[in-house]
Design a protein around this ligand. Structure first.
Ligand code: ATP
Length: 502
């Protein structure tokens, strides 16, 4: 319940799940690297998505488009004009903040260094949040020995809506000058140049979402793969956003991966509703299936101002992260906005011919969109657990076996008895052909169990004296219950296979 982000970040680093990017050069804000265990976890998450939404369904196919598209794509999609966040500058420190997200006071304090101390609270009418922010900020100031900084809590609905007079009240200690500029739009797309010329004509963009790669391939897929409405096209891949304030570890980074589907449906004012409902339910079921705790998830239904102008509806599936309830996945009903825009932009007909009704139409679309990294963070937070075994504290990750980076650890009870080690090796080799398996022969058996638990290995197979002396099989220990069963060596693979692959 009191899970702290620092614990997650430290566990991830210590055990080779996620590292800050370019760490030997002091890191690079908003970028992360996946270590040996993290790379496995990520593959498993993407495989689970693909299996569930592409392979297990007849109505969805997958693509893998380029990251850099013809830049006209972003003109048509609206990203060049509209993909921006409101930004404010701190006049003192020259640091920049996303105006609609300037809520996490301690972070602001930290980034502002030793001279500036202020607290801005996003939600109005929430005294608790003001109190909490103030006390956290005070604590942080003390820890950092930032003497003399002023602490003040403000209640602002949203800095994009704050007036100049209000803005001027945000003080910078030591002077009475206003600290923050008024918000202005900042486009989040990363620019690059394609080709040897570096002028306006060579400007291109790293995609800020994978979805547009699907729309611009709509015609190719329809023309080549016998799909019939309703059908979906899925894509998993990198996306890049020059986030003004990347934060909360891999929750909001500048380079991340998305898993997106465009599900094409018949047009109409009402037709999309059951499809939208079904995609929300299917998405939620998937998230549960990979192991997210039901009680940590929720829904956020966008309405009015929260909805893009072309969208019919958007429902987020939220997750209770240690830093608050936040969007994990979005499921939007986007009408025919995208295909229409690309049809206008390209001059190509992007419609669908219904063989049965002999009708031609531009399909509407439902878009489920999920961040790989954000899901990984949710999975780690959801799986993190602590208990006590024989009076000793233990922390473990209760990953679902399908996504656990290591499925089985093979442990020879002792390392100096040859037949025992050999029998364990033999089993290890067999298991390795099927799963990612770990060999661990160092230290007391209890410590080895703890080590495996900490990174969420669901099963430990121990080869002991009884295995070789009495032909009594091996023990298999369950991570969560720590219960052990003893089974014949021949039955290890069928047993684990049932537990891991279902
Ligand atoms: P926000 O408003 O919080 O910046 P968004 O609503 O623009 O996010 P979408 O464009 O809906 O986000 O992105 C779809 C999904 O991609 C999100 O639900 C999230 O899982 C993931 N995602 C988006 N931006 C990031 C990011 N900077 N880092 C990691 N994942 C992200």
């Amino acid at each position: 319940a009191n899970l702290k982000m620092e614990e997650i970040v430290s566990l991830c680093k210590r055990r080779g799940i996620i590292f800050p990017s370019s760490e030997i050069y002091n890191g690079f804000a908003g970028f992360f690297d996946y270590g040996p265990l993290g790379a496995e976890l990520k593959r498993n998450v993407k495989d689970a998505f693909w299996k569930n939404f592409v392979h297990n369904r007849e109505d969805v196919v997958g693509i893998d488009s380029s990251i850099i598209h013809n830049p006209i794509t972003w003109q048509s999609s609206g990203h060049l004009d509209g993909f921006s966040d409101p930004m404010v500058d701190c006049r003192e420190t020259k640091l920049r903040y996303r105006a609609d997200q300037l809520f996490c006071s301690p972070v602001v304090l930290e980034e502002c260094g030793s001279t500036v101390g202020f607290v801005c609270v996003l939600e109005a009418n929430d005294e608790d949040m003001v109190k909490e922010a103030t006390s956290q900020a005070k604590k942080l100031l003390k820890e950092k020995e930032m003497k003399g900084s002023a602490i003040k809590a403000f209640q602002f609905r949203d800095l994009t809506q704050v007036t100049e007079e209000e803005m001027a009240q945000i003080p910078s200690p030591g002077s009475n000058k206003p600290t923050l500029t008024m918000p202005r739009d900042f486009n989040l797309m990363f620019q690059t140049n394609v080709g040897a010329m570096q002028d306006a004509s060579s400007v291109a963009y790293l995609r800020p979402e994978t979805a547009q790669g699907i729309f611009i391939n709509y015609k190719n897929v329809v023309g080549s793969s016998r799909v019939k409405i309703p059908f979906g096209i899925a894509q998993i891949g990198k996306a890049f956003r020059n986030e003004i304030t990347p934060r909360n570890f891999i929750f909001r980074s500048r380079e991340f991966e998305q898993m997106e589907i465009e599900y094409f449906i018949p047009p109409g004012d009402e037709e999309w509703k059951p499809y939208h409902e079904k995609w929300i339910a299917d998405s939620r079921a998937f998230l549960e299936q990979v192991g997210l705790k039901d009680e940590l998830m929720g829904y956020d239904v966008h309405e009015g101002d929260g909805l893009a102008h072309y969208a019919r509806a958007c429902t987020d599936i939220t997750f209770k992260f240690p830093f608050g309830v936040q969007e994990l996945m979005g499921i939007a009903a986007r009408g025919d906005f995208d295909l229409k825009s690309h049809s206008e932009g390209s001059g190509k007909v992007l419609d669908y011919f219904d063989e049965e009704t002999k009708e031609k139409f531009i399909p509407h679309v439902i878009e489920p969109s999920l961040g790989v990294d954000r899901l990984i963070l949710a999975l780690i937070c959801s799986a993190y657990a602590e208990d006590e075994i024989n009076g000793e504290k233990r922390s473990y990750l209760s990953f679902h076996p399908s996504i656990a980076p290591v499925k089985v650890a093979v442990l020879p009870l002792v390392k100096n008895k040859e037949p025992l080690v050999e029998a364990a090796r033999d089993l290890f080799d067999k298991l390795s052909k099927r799963w990612n398996v770990q060999w661990d022969q160092t230290g007391a058996i209890g410590r080895r169990y703890r080590r495996a638990d900490e990174v969420g290995v669901p099963f430990c197979v121990t080869v002991d004296f009884e295995t070789i002396e009495d032909n009594a099989g091996v023990t298999i220990r369950d991570r969560d219950s720590t219960d052990q069963v003893r089974i014949p060596i021949d039955e290890v693979i069928p047993y684990l296979s049932k537990m891991i692959d279902g």
